[in-house]
Design a protein around this ligand. Sequence first.
Ligand SMILES: [Cu+2]
Length: 139
Amino acid sequence: MNRSILIAVLVFIVVVVVGAFTIKKPIIKNTNINSRETSQTPTGSNSSSKEIEIVANEYSFTPSSIGLEKGDSVSITLKNAGATSHTLFMDGYGVTTGSVAPGRSGTLSFTADKTGSFDFYCNIDGHRDLGMRGTMEVK
Ligand SMILES: [Cu+2]
């Protein structure tokens, strides 16, 4: 009789141990899924790196309108295809390529952390009024 009690206790222990393992397994799987989901969240968000090329000429920018999403990290390269120096100045963000000589390129970088419509233009000798201007939309 004592033996059957011992067997019953052993069976109970086995059931508890096996039960604990089968309960633990799904919990471990769940934490794996959770950690995968959280690591995917940053790459799945809207913000991304955007490289934009704008060609400067007398007296225009091509393209003259840019669309961005808030949070984008932006790199704008100004290629000067004209015969005189030009700049690209981004209103609202206060960033500029500085003076870019003919045949050269200049780059400016910023994070589009403000939404709205921003003008960009060349700030050399009235080039803005001659047509060297454009608009950047950040949504
Ligand atoms: Cu200019």
